[in-house]
Structure formats: structure tokens, C-alpha cells
Write a protein that binds this ligand. Structure first.
Ligand code: ZN
Length: 289
């Protein structure tokens, strides 16, 4: 059984019929369809459960709505993404606590720091304010966190080291870093979400490939960040067809295979252990079979 610990099926990309990436024993292919059909196909492929993080106050409402349509299958996390936090009104922050109090919410996320796009200093300050506010919320609600950290590991680690929410654990989603950065988060007890980033060409994925043998399997979670982060598959599919294609959790068997290869263990072990890790970290109300 596979659990996608990070996907955005409430994204507008899935609202109308869409083209999406599929993967099976013959490799990658493109399909067309709508969300109910995709959810059915994922169920048949043994990809049974999903965690759906919020990225803005409005999206948190949509996340809760989607999760209520797939009860016990999609689990909600509540949070404001760092690059979206700069557009939110600080006075509206209390809405997050209201959403987070909804029964069934399993984490605070995705939250963090993102310095990738150059912004004025005050935007960084705003990101810091929202990040710390949401860590406080996680601590108050005794929930783990889903962290989005991009080009900001030093600042994020400094905050996480002193904040008590660290004790509740969490995942560094879409981990792309080196062995050295992984070690810093491991010391704090965090997990690593690995997805399409491991399926890129060598020049992009090299640091991650080198880090993975040093990350214990019981600290790894499967994720896609769908509809984003398509794996490299231009040798199987024409690049112009890929342009509007959505990523899906159907690629996770390819991620599992790659991690098994890098760790020199069986894909079955990677699949079982990473599913158990996800259930344990987020206290998901599911029986592991
Ligand atoms: Zn995400």
C-alpha cells in the first residue's frame, strides 16, 4: 500500500478535464480524465491514501471540502505556504486556528520559508512571522508540521532548533538537499518527503541521490506535490505533450523503485516502511495492511 504524503488534488489544475501522467510496468504514459476517474485509477494501483496540505487561507477551506468528499482517504493539513503568506492579511491569521480545529485535521502545513525568488526584506520578515505563528499553532494543537523550505535551510533550522513544536516532529517536504543538510534535520528528528525530485536527470538529482543512502528508511515518506514536480520522462513522452500534463500519485512506484536502488533494498520494503512512517508520524486513522 502506498500513501502520498503530499498532494494538491484541490488545485484548479484538477477542476476541469485534464491531461495527466501515469506510470505502470511499461513506463510513463499520458492520459486524459477527471479527478474521480484518477482517484479510481490510483485506488486500483494500490495508492490508497493522501495528505492534502493547505497553501493559503482560501485553499484551506477547499482542502477541507475535498477531504469531506473522500472521507478516510484524503486527510487534511492546514497551513499558509511561505510564498502565499505575503499576500495574506495578518489580521486574518486567527482563521487558521478555526480551520485547524476541524475534526480530522492531521497536521499544520505547508509552512516554512522560501527565498528562491528575490523579494524585498520585508517579505522575508512576513514569511518569518507566519512561520512562527504556525509553529505556535502546531505546538498548541499538538500536531506535526509539513515544512516547505527552499533556499532557506539556515534560517529554518535556526528557528526549528529553538521552537518546542520540533518535539512533535514533521516532514521536510520535497527534500532536494545534500547529505549535510539532511544531517541537520535528522538531528532534530524530522522526516523527508521524497518524490519526483529523485527522478530527475543526474545533474539535478545528484546531491539527493548521494544523500538518500544516509537517510534511514524510517525517516522517508513518499510524496508527489501533484500537480507539480513531474519526473524527467522526456525520453518516453514528447516534451510538447508534457507541457500541460499534471503530475499524479501514479508515479510513486517509480519513486519507490529509485529509492530501493539507491539504498540497495527491495522496492517492497521501501513501500511498506514508508507507508508505516506516514501513518505513525501523522497518527493516521488507518490500519496498515
Ligand atoms: Zn505542496
Amino acid at each position: 500500500m502506498i500513501i502520498d504524503s503530499h498532494a494538491h488534488y484541490n488545485n484548479s489544475a484538477y477542476k476541469k478535464p485534464f491531461r495527466y501522467l501515469s506510470y505502470d510496468k511499461d513506463g510513463y504514459s499520458l492520459k486524459e480524465g477527471e479527478l474521480p476517474q484518477l482517484m479510481q485509477e490510483m485506488e486500483e494501483s494500490n495508492i490508497r491514501y493522501f495528505i492534502e496540505p493547505g497553501v493559503s487561507l482560501q485553499s484551506c477551506e477547499e482542502v477541507l471540502q475535498l477531504c469531506s468528499e473522500y472521507p478516510g482517504r484524503i486527510f487534511p493539513a492546514i497551513g499558509v505556504h511561505p510564498t502565499r503568506s505575503i499576500f495574506e492579511k495578518w489580521a486574518d491569521r486567527h482563521k487558521l486556528a478555526e480551520y485547524a480545529n476541524t475534526p480530522g485535521v492531521i497536521a499544520i502545513g505547508e509552512i516554512g520559508l522560501d527565498y528562491h525568488y528575490k523579494r524585498e526584506e520585508q517579505h522575508r520578515l512576513k514569511q518569518h512571522l507566519w512561520f512562527i505563528y504556525q509553529l505556535n499553532l502546531a505546538w498548541k494543537m499538538k500536531l506535526p508540521v509539513i515544512l516547505h523550505v527552499r533556499d532557506a535551510h539556515e534560517d529554518a533550522l535556526r528557528i526549528l532548533r529553538w521552537h518546542p513544536a520540533r518535539k512533535l516532529g514533521g516532514v521536510i517536504h520535497c527534500f532536494y538537499g545534500s547529505k549535510e543538510i539532511a544531517e541537520q534535520y535528522l538531528k532534530l528528528g524530522y522526516h523527508f518527503g521524497i518524490g519526483g525530485s529523485v527522478l530527475q536527470l543526474e545533474e539535478r538529482a545528484k546531491a539527493l541521490w548521494e544523500a538518500i543512502p544516509h537517510i534511514p528508511l524510517d525517516k522517508i515518506l513518499m510524496e508527489t506535490d501533484a500537480p507539480f514536480i513531474l519526473p524527467y520522462c522526456k525520453d518516453a513522452i514528447q516534451p510538447k505533450l508534457l507541457r500541460r500534463a499534471r503530475n499524479t500519485s501514479l508515479i510513486l512506484p517509480a519513486v519507490i523503485k529509485k529509492i530501493a536502488e539507491l539504498k540497495d533494498i527491495s522496492p517492497d520494503e521501501v513501500e511498506q516502511v514508508t507507508a508505516q512512517n506516514t501513518i505513525r508520524l501523522f497518527s493516521l486513522p488507518i490500519e496498515h495492511v
